[in-house]
Design a protein around this ligand. Structure first.
Ligand code: NAD
Length: 498
């Protein structure tokens, strides 16, 4: 069986003691195995990173940016192969896999401008003969721990900025679809990145704990589910590291009575069912405002959802493919059952869906459940599958309250033609990323990505200037070049600039 191995300077270190299965979501079964590393594996990666990082940090910024440019071109040239690999392990359709990589590449494009964003600040004449300047410096060694659902984009969010700012970077991808990050690391080396600056270690909790505890790793960026994000945050911070840890989500789409319902239905189908609902910016909850809006919306949603085509990830006609594992399929189906037990009205049931010729694939049909309420567990929790729940709200205030009070606060969208309502909603909603007639408001690379409440632990977001701040530390120099005449200052008093 094919082994997906670590990508570490000097090789992987021989036959791994433990391996994990990488499934074929289209057909069931195991397509490869991934090495599950240990603290010893990590140690070898850290030693290589320590050896390489000072020289990389001392390489001038435009040379580092040139590597990013070449890397961008190589990823583009290898897009088809990367997307095929991604689809084969994750199950998302090829066009969506290309989007996954493309959204990551946009952060690489941002990282090409690093000479500009790394520029410090300078104040001439802050006091008599005194200038103050601040400069940004890499942390040293950074690590990224990533989820299964964006195996292209999320490793690129982290690696592009960490590396361009002068760090050595070690990535621990999801063990469910680990191949794309390895290929990206190979392309970094092909682009001219020195060995040791981008390495990949595979593993599960054992490897994550080794990363959290390693004294030489100064910053950790995590994306995954909330309980694990919280754990990673606490343990990493307790070890004195800088940690950002993005967690789960349950994003709401508010539909005002004046919204263009045909557009909304179109947007909802993509945002709720695209990638089989396995996106942290999916819209698994729709909140129509008023009974009339709810009835009209439901009537339009039913035929649109019934028309969705579920297929294998290489089917160009498929709207979405299988979920990632059999265990995840069972989890999604059990949440559907739970929601019905709790009183939800099952309008379209996607359980027990099979695809002819791929009967063992991990498919879940599109599911619509109406009359879901805020006291249900199935509303409170993330289902992460192709399941859309309708939660009816009487008025704007009730609709605003639902996402605002939910445990997660990643993204939210409002659909309306009323500028005042949209403006009011955006200002007041207790959620980190807001879309106004935009169903999946993932911010562009030069802005920043991050949710609120249990969707993110730590205080800096991914990419944009927040990303640069996360992967660098600031040094501030106050310099004085006296002209030789005594200044008569009192050394026992805190100095002021006069
Ligand atoms: P996950 O939490 O199971 O895994 C994420 C990472 O943590 C993986 O690398 C995994 O190996 C590691 N891990 C798993 N169990 C661990 C443990 N007990 N201790 C330490 N590390 C452990 O998440 P997933 O299922 O791969 O991804 C889906 C989740 O990620 C969803 O909750 C989704 O909302 C979330 N997500 C959030 C964002 C965001 O930006 N907020 C983006 C994408 C995905």
């Amino acid at each position: 069986m094919r082994l997906i191995d670590h990508f570490i300077v000097g090789g992987s270190g021989g036959e791994p003691a433990r391996k994990g299965d990488v499934f074929d979501p289209n057909n069931g079964g195991v397509q490869a195995q991934v090495a599950l590393g240990t603290a010893e594996t990590l140690e070898r990666a850290v030693q290589a990173a320590l050896a390489a990082q000072p020289k990389w940090a001392a390489t001038n910024p435009q040379r580092r940016a040139r590597v990013m440019f070449r890397f961008k071109e190589l990823v583009e040239a290898n897009m088809d192969e990367l997307a095929r690999t991604l689809s084969a392990e994750h199950g998302k359709v090829i066009a969506d896999s290309k989007g996954d990589i493309q959204r990551g590449l946009e952060v690489v494009e941002f990282a090409c401008g690093l000479p500009h964003v790394m520029k410090g600040e300078y104040t001439h004449g802050a006091g008599p003969g005194i200038d103050v300047y601040s400069t940004r410096h890499p942390i040293g060694i950074g690590a990224g721990i990533t989820p299964f659902n964006f195996p292209g984009m999320i490793p690129l969010w982290m690696s592009a900025i960490a590396i361009a700012t002068g760090n050595a970077f070690i990535i621990k991808p999801s063990e469910r679809d680990p191949s794309v990050p390895v290929r990206l690391a190979e392309l970094f080396i092909e682009a001219g990145l020195p060995e040791g600056i981008c390495q990949v270690v595979h593993g599960d909790k054992e490897m994550v704990d080794a990363i959290l505890d390693h004294p030489a790793i100064g910053a950790i960026s995590f994306v995954g589910s909330s309980d694990i994000a919280h754990y990673v945050y606490n343990r990493g911070v307790a070890a004195g590291k800088r940690v950002q840890a993005m967690g789960g989500a349950k994003n709401h789409g508010i539909v005002m009575p004046d919204a263009d319902l045909d557009q909304v239905v179109n947007d909802l189908c993509g945002a709720a069912f695209g990638s089989a609902g396995e996106r942290c910016m999916a819209l698994p909850v729709v909140v129509p405002v008023g009974e009339e809006t709810a009835e009209k919306l439901k009537a339009k949603l039913i035929p649109a959802i019934n028309a969705l085509r579920v297929g294998i990830s290489t089917d160009p006609e498929a709207h979405y493919g299988p979920v990632v594992t059999q265990a995840h399929k069972e989890k999604v189906e059990s949440w559907i059952g739970k929601c019905v037990e709790e009183g939800g009205e099952l309008v379209i049931d996607g359980r027990g869906f099979t695809l002819q010729g791929h009967e063992k694939g991990f498919f879940v049909g599109p599911t619509l459940i109406d009359h879901v309420t805020a006291d249900m567990d199935s509303y409170h929790n993330e289902i992460f599958g192709p399941v859309l729940q309708i939660v009816r709200a009487k008025n704007f205030e009730e609709a605003l309250e639902l996402p605002s009070k939910h445990q997660y606060g990643n993204g939210v969208a409002i659909f309306t033609r009323n500028g005042h309502a949209a403006r009011e909603f955006a200002a007041r909603v207790n959620v980190g990323m807001v879309g106004i007639n935009v169903p999946i408001p993932v911010p562009v690379a030069y802005h920043t990505f991050g949710g609120w409440k249990r969707s993110a632990f730590g205080d800096t977001n991914q990419h944009g200037m927040e990303g640069v701040k996360f992967w660098t530390k600031v040094k501030t120099v106050t310099q004085r070049w006296p002209d030789g005449s005594p200044d008569g200052g009192n050394a026992f008093v805190i100095p002021t600039m006069g």
